[in-house]
Design a protein around this ligand. Sequence first.
Ligand SMILES: Cc1ncc(C[n+]2csc(CCOP(=O)(O)OP(=O)(O)O)c2C)c(N)n1
Ligand SMILES: [Mg+2]
Length: 892
Amino acid sequence: MAQTESDGLEVLETREWVDSLDYVLSRGGPNRAGRLLQQLALHARTAAGVNLPFSATTPYQNTIAPAQQPPFPGSQEMERRIKSLVRWNALAMVVRANKIQEGIGGHISTFASAATLYEVAFNHFLRAKTETGDRDVVYFQGHAAPGIYARAYLEGRIPKEKLQNFRRELKKGGGLSSYPHPWLMPDFWEFPTVSMGLGPIQAIYHARFIKYLENRGLKPSTGGKVWAFLGDGEMDEPESLGSITLASREKLDNLIFVVNCNLQRLDGPVRGNGKIIQELEAIFRGAGWNVIKVIWGTDWDNLIENDRDGLLVKRMGEVSDGQYQKYFVESGAYFRQNLFGSDPRLLKMVEHLSDEQLARMRLGGHDPIKVHAAYRAAVEHSGQPTIILAKTIKGYGLGEAGEGKNITHQQKKLNDDELRLFRSRFGIPIPDAELHEAPFYRPSDDSAEIKYLQARRQQLGGYMPERKVRATALQSVPDAHFEEFHKGTDGREVSTTMVFVRLLAKLLRDPELGKLIVPIIPDEARTFGMEALFRQVGIYSNVGQLYEPVDMDTLLYYKEAKNGQILEEGITEAGSVCSFIAAGTAYSNHGINTIPFFIYYSMFGFQRIGDLIWAAADMRCRGFLIGGTAGRTTLAGEGLQHQDGHSHVLALPVPNLLAYDPAFAYEIAIIIQDGIRRMYVNGESIFYYLTVTNEPLPMPEMPKDENIRAGVLKGLYRFKASGKTDAKLRAQLLGSGTIMFEVLKAQQILEEKYGVAADVWSVTSYKQLYRDANDCERWNMLHPADPAKVPYLTQTLQGASGPFIAASDYMKVLPESLGKWVPGQLVSLGTDGFGRSEGRASLRDFFEVDAKHIVLATLVALAREKQIGPDVLKKAVQELGINPEKANPAIS
Ligand SMILES: Cc1ncc(C[n+]2csc(CCOP(=O)(O)OP(=O)(O)O)c2C)c(N)n1
Ligand SMILES: [Mg+2]
């Protein structure tokens, strides 16, 4: 390449400046040099209007210079050998599993690329118990599970048989779950991370929740860290990046992200035409994080140090990730020609290296010294969260079988040659003759490797991951707070939301329970009438309140405080549910029985953040999800995107979630009291979903019947029998939520106008009834010779005569799912379809769930049973003012 004279001068000039800077660095250190550079930039701007181009990134180089690296505190050779053993066993589990059962799956290449990142952490950083009794919590990347199991095998925590049954959980003696699932391995995994993006956002809110516990005095501040090991492809998920400013705003220096930048995801490159490390650096620096790039290994130190003119770093910054990926699979000659060949000066820099040597130059993420330095800097950094961006090769060590190839993510089989190469590369003492079976290999307990590994873990307080219940159970739940709600409101109209909020306020005042309650709200406190709590318990803020709130002179002012109890999350249901999960799993993670109440617009729950709720279930999370302003026809005016008539259907699939749609104050009190008892006294792995509404209605007194409490909890009880004992026509009306009040109106109309005596039943939970009925049915199928069990629903309704008409503010499928267990004809009314902006009366007419439609449905059902004639029906349609030609709400 030809060089002009001015080029040459520029190079000289630049060198002089660099030399001067080096002098300042050697005399005054990096801080002095930094100040000087800032002064220079300021001078250039004021003196001559020189504006430095904005750059959110630093050069494509390691953040930590070799001179700043701490010495490696262990035996590199021993750790390399241990890592090789982990590598082998991780690979063997996947290969074996697929030999035994074709297609059972698993991932080799994810862990292969991350082995150094994990091993350095396991040997030197991840503390199961810190000096002060705290611990680190770790989110392991889901697809790296084989590596984590393989290490636990070497640690002697998982027997060979279990390793053999990787992905075969139903085998006799049990197996290992594909990915981290606390539900399936409750003594091992803590965080289900495999639905990508859920790990990073949960880690952020978890780190924040730890600070919350500390600031509220529920946990001593002892320096535990939250580590999240993530994939670079995973960072594309909106959840991964969506809450990163919370972490910097709250100064979460207890949070460390480690992103394994192997440049690949499942199908191919993460950013073939760009650079994922630079992209993530810009995003996280911009968001106020401490960013540590670990790009080049020690092999590169000399080259980079001698790159006085910055030519090499500039060139490294030009090459795209797709091209870097190509270097991983190509020869050293290709690498030399393509990367260095662009400038003779670059070629000269590497002329002392053979092609072979060039090809073997290690990347930062595979170099324990570099990784250790990054971790050390991260744990010592204060005032900011840290992200480590480590460059690696996907499928590292697999060679021809997949190293750096686009197909590597899916690679689960290795032929004998490939196994042999891998075995030899990592020095595993397995003879050729045995290789075909890919046997596991663990040296004896008194081998140097196992002793070293055990000593390291002992030093760091024990094994990881390990899940256990660290809190002691609560003794009891006091009745006192709940009794008021059994009495009813004497005709005064209140909404069930108000009831809930009043109950919450009372619980917050309890001397024992109160401090454990964690109210979580995504900017809807005023919608739910919860603003009184702002003042009562304060809104959590890590800095307290640095301003004078505009409403300071009012009783219910917006009070932020360092020991505030409410988590006012702003408009983020995803973030809020992560706080819910952190609080609802603190009984295991931190030994603290925090009881979260997450109150949100019911429409923005299951359908928006359903996957996080699924993760909560997997984690054995406890607490109460409260779907506010619920009901398709009860939330007036808000229309199609707000009116929820299906969250109870979406709550059905979550196995350990109890879902209730209560109508009355005492039902809410009974459910919440029993919920706290079951979760926090009995220690059951369940959580709750309750819908509450904003329609003011008179709350009745709890009927004086000793079975009511059990009925409310099981999902069904008779609320009000008809007083008309002599009637010939009989019907049974089932109501839930606010629609219960339409049912009660219908009961009256039926009795007064049509001579039908109808009993009214409160269905608090279709899900509970459905589950119980299914459970009986299944038992009966499996025990055909035994006396059949009768579902609670059937038992309870047995003997009630006449057709059954069920009405709720939710989809018709809920009652219909129970059809075969109802002892008689069942008619279901519900709110299938899109909502409308309208008033409640019009909405209930539109969705055919108001009293008049309940009456008509009852009469039609009676006619079907030939108890009344068609003439009554015809008249009724007219009398009730029903338009038979109205549009079908389910499809309009
Ligand atoms: C939400 C979600 N979508 C898709 C997948 C399927 N999936 C599993 S791994 C993977 C690629 C992962 O790439 P990356 O995050 O870069 O991890 P790597 O294996 O490269 O470390 C995909 C798409 C998933 N597990 N979760
Ligand atoms: Mg990747």
